[in-house]
Ligand binder design. Structure first.
Ligand code: GLU
Length: 302
């Protein structure tokens, strides 16, 4: 595995310079582009890493999988009245579809869907961000996981689009709590900082039939685990989920911080990170690294 990781790093590093670090959140634009890391965690507990695998970065939309998992644990099938399970075919922050579809977002991974999920968690927990942080610390086995207040505040300051979605959903009666409070916890969740190693470990329950070995807990049932992986495979990579399925062939979730997590069911969880994004908002070097990795090892759910 170490040799394969070296080859992948050699292929991916020259791509740095061809993408663009996310700058629509000003505090994220300051991240140095020249970083690249991979962590692979096996269901047996083996860890393989290369590059900047222990450097913390902003997990951004990757947090949406943790929020979804929390709400599935607490609301079960009932949650699906408020959010759909279809790919959107639209940019992650689009408002257009919401108006046509009466305020019910297509899936939990576009921003509107993640906001509805955050709204549900707001109803369930006294302090939803604290609940999320505690959950992630348990899953990653890292008690130091924190949110970056500067990034969260920067997102809140430039919240117009996300706020517009939330208020639109409220006008359709699909949003229960105070919009500004939910936005605060949503942004604090997006601004959580973790490394590739933390994320590979925290996502390992999705490769292991819902079981997390560090915390020794059944996080989701086997069936729910399959469902989350199905949603990641169909909607986890913004408007590029089809291309990701074609090129990588695994359930995955990306974030504009440049991280991508992928699941090899029953075997491994993987996290790649490089901050520069392609036009669809996914890590450019990260996509290439995962594509080569899955081809070299023969990983694919298809
Ligand atoms: N916090 C970001 C937003 O709401 C999430 C973006 C992302 O990673 O997709 O715009």
């Amino acid at each position: 595995m170490d040799q394969i990781l070296k080859e992948i790093q050699a292929l991916a590093l020259p791509l740095i310079g061809q993408g663009k670090v996310a700058d629509y959140i000003p505090a994220l634009a300051k991240v140095s582009a020249k970083q690249f890391g991979i962590a692979i965690y096996s269901n047996k507990g083996e860890l393989f890493t290369i590059g900047d695998a222990t450097t913390n970065f902003s997990i951004q939309s990757i947090s949406k999988v943790f929020s979804l998992t929390l709400s599935m644990k607490h609301f079960g099938a009932g949650m699906w009245d408020k959010v759909g399970r279809e790919p959107s075919g639209q940019p992650f922050n689009s408002l257009v579809q919401l108006e046509y579809e009466a305020g019910v977002p297509r899936n939990p991974f576009i921003n509107a869907g993640a906001l509805v999920v955050s709204d549900m968690n707001q109803s369930r927990f006294v302090s939803p961000h604290y609940a999320m942080k505690t959950f992630i610390r348990r899953l990653s086995g890292n008690q130091e996981v924190q949110s970056d207040h500067k990034v969260a505040n920067s997102e809140y300051e430039f919240r117009s689009r996300n706020a517009a979605m939330a208020y639109l959903m409220k006008s359709f009666d699909n949003f229960d709590n105070d919009v500004e409070e939910v936005l605060r916890s949503y942004f604090s969740n997006c601004a959580i900082r973790m490394s590739c190693v933390d994320l590979a470990k925290a996502f390992s329950f999705l490769a292991n039939k819902g079981y997390c070995r560090h915390s020794d807990e059944q996080v989701l049932t086997e069936q729910e685990t399959k469902q989350v992986n199905a949603l990641m495979a169909t909607s986890g990579l913004y408007d590029e989920a089809g291309n990701f399925a074609y090129r990588v062939g695994l359930p995955g979730k990306s974030g504009v911080g440049g991280g991508i997590v992928a699941i090899v069911p029953d075997q491994f969880s993987v996290c790649v990170w490089s901050p520069e994004l392609n036009k669809a908002g996914n890590s450019l070097a990260g996509m290439a690294a995962l594509e080569t990795l899955s081809q070299k090892i023969g990983w694919s759910v298809f």
